[in-house]
Design a protein around this ligand. Structure first.
Ligand SMILES: *Cc1c(COP(=O)(O)O)cnc(C)c1O
Length: 365
C-alpha cells in the first residue's frame, strides 16, 4: 500500500493566511501608531472598508461572532422567548441562553435547511420577543415572510449571518436584512481576522446602542450610557482583515469552481444537496451533502478517514438536544443533522483531491 504522509491530510477547511509581507506592512503601521487596541486606525479602516464592501451604513467590528449575537440581543432589549432554528452552530442557541432568554425551536425546511417560516407563527406566544434565524451555509432565509410575521406580531429579527459574507439576495447584501445581522470572522470562515465578528444594522438608534454595548457602555471616560461588555477587537486582528479582504472576491470564485466540480462528479448519485434560495448570489462557503441514512454517512466517512480525508458533521447534533434548553421535537432538523456532511472546500484544494473524494463517496453509496 502507498504510504501516505501527514502532509496529504485533507480537512474540511484550511486556514488561509495573509501573505507574511503584507501582514508585516500592516504591523509596521501599528508600531508606528503605537496603538494596538480600542478602536485604532486599522480597526476604523477595516470597518469602513467592510461597510463599503457590504453596502451597510452601520457596522461594528467585535471580538467574535458569538459576542456579536449577544450584543445584538442586548441592543434590542430582548427578553422572554426567542424563536430560533435547531440547525445551526451551537453559538446561535448558547447566545440566547447566555443573555438570559429562552430559545423556542422551530423546525427547518428540508430543502433550504433554514428555519421553516411557515411554522413560526404557531410558536409565537405573549413571551416571544424576537426571531433569531441563521442563513444556513450562507443560504438566505425566507426574509420576506419572516419580516412580515415580525411586523405583524411586533417582534425583532436578528440574522446569524456567520456564513453569509458577500451573499446577495435580490441584488442586496444579505447582511442588510433584519433589525440586526451578525457576522463571524473566525479563522474557518470565508473572510476572517483570526478571531472576530461584526454587528450590522440599518437603524441609527440601534447602531448607537451597539457602539456603546461593545465598549463597556462607556460615555466618555467617566460616564456610562448603559450596560455593556468588552466586545472590542484589536489592531492586530484588523490588520489580518485588511490583508484578507483584498482576496475575498478571488476566493469566492475559486470556491465556486470547486463546488461545481463536486456537482459534476456527484451528479446521478443518491446524495442530496442544499437548495439555494431563488434570486441569490451565493458565496460557496460550504459544500454539504445529505446521505440517505446516517448509516450510509458513517460508512462514507470511515472510507474517507481511512484515506486521511476529514469531512465534518456540521451541524450535528441538532441544537434542540442541548442539555440546557427545553427539548421540543424538530423531526426534520434532527433527521438532516444525522445525515449531513460538509465536504472539504477551500482555495488550494487540488482538482485531483476533489475527484478522489468523489470516487470514494461513489464507491460507498
Ligand atoms: C462560526 C459561527 C458562529 C460563531 O462565531 P465565532 O466567531 O466563532 O464566535 C455563530 N454562528 C454560526 C452559524 C457560525 O457558523
Amino acid at each position: 500500500m502507498k504510504k501516505i504522509n501527514k502532509a496529504e491530510e485533507i480537512n474540511v477547511t484550511r486556514t488561509l493566511l495573509p501573505g507574511l509581507n503584507e501582514y508585516i506592512k500592516q504591523l509596521k503601521r501599528i508600531w508606528k501608531n503605537n496603538w494596538i487596541t480600542n478602536h485604532g486606525p486599522l480597526t476604523l479602516e477595516l470597518e469602513n472598508k467592510l461597510k463599503t464592501y457590504l453596502s451597510c451604513p452601520y457596522l461594528y467590528f467585535v471580538s467574535n461572532g458569538t459576542v456579536a449575537i449577544e450584543i445584538a440581543a442586548r441592543s434590542l432589549d430582548l427578553s422572554g422567548e426567542i424563536i430560533t432554528t435547531p440547525f445551526s452552530y451551537v453559538a446561535t442557541t448558547s447566545s440566547i441562553v447566555w443573555v438570559g432568554c429562552k430559545p423556542r425551536f422551530v423546525d427547518i425546511d428540508c430543502n433550504t435547511l433554514n428555519i421553516d417560516a411557515g411554522l413560526i407563527e404557531k410558536a409565537i406566544n405573549r413571551n416571544t420577543s424576537a426571531i433569531l434565524a441563521t442563513h444556513v451555509y450562507g443560504n438566505p432565509c425566507d426574509v420576506e415572510k419572516i419580516s412580515k410575521i415580525a411586523k405583524k406580531h411586533g417582534l425583532k429579527v436578528i440574522y446569524d449571518a456567520a456564513h453569509s459574507f458577500g451573499v446577495k439576495y435580490k441584488g442586496k447584501e444579505l447582511v442588510n436584512f433584519g433589525d440586526i445581522s451578525t457576522l463571524s470572522f473566525h479563522a474557518t470562515k470565508l473572510f476572517h481576522t483570526a478571531e472576530g465578528g461584526a454587528v450590522i444594522t440599518q437603524i441609527k438608534k440601534t447602531a448607537d446602542r451597539i457602539a456603546y454595548s461593545r465598549n463597556f457602555g462607556h460615555k466618555g471616560q467617566e460616564d456610562f450610557w448603559g450596560l455593556g461588555i468588552n466586545g472590542k477587537n484589536s489592531e492586530l486582528h484588523a490588520a489580518i482583515g485588511l490583508c484578507m479582504l483584498v482576496s475575498v472576491k478571488k476566493h469566492i470564485k475559486i470556491r465556486k469552481v470547486i463546488s461545481e466540480l463536486y456537482n459534476k462528479h456527484l451528479k446521478g448519485t443518491c446524495l442530496k444537496t442544499q437548495q439555494i434560495s431563488k434570486n441569490t448570489e451565493y458565496n460557496y462557503a460550504y459544500y454539504p451533502v445529505i446521505f440517505r441514512s446516517e448509516k450510509q454517512l458513517l460508512a462514507v466517512r470511515k472510507a474517507l478517514n481511512s484515506e486521511k480525508i476529514y469531512p465534518r458533521r456540521y451541524f450535528y447534533p441538532a441544537l434542540n438536544n442541548l442539555n440546557y434548553v427545553e427539548y421540543r421535537k424538530c423531526p426534520v432538523a434532527e433527521d438532516i443533522a444525522g445525515r449531513i456532511l460538509c465536504l472539504p472546500l477551500f482555495p488550494g484544494l487540488p482538482v485531483r483531491s476533489v475527484t478522489r473524494i468523489c470516487r470514494i463517496i461513489k464507491d460507498n453509496v
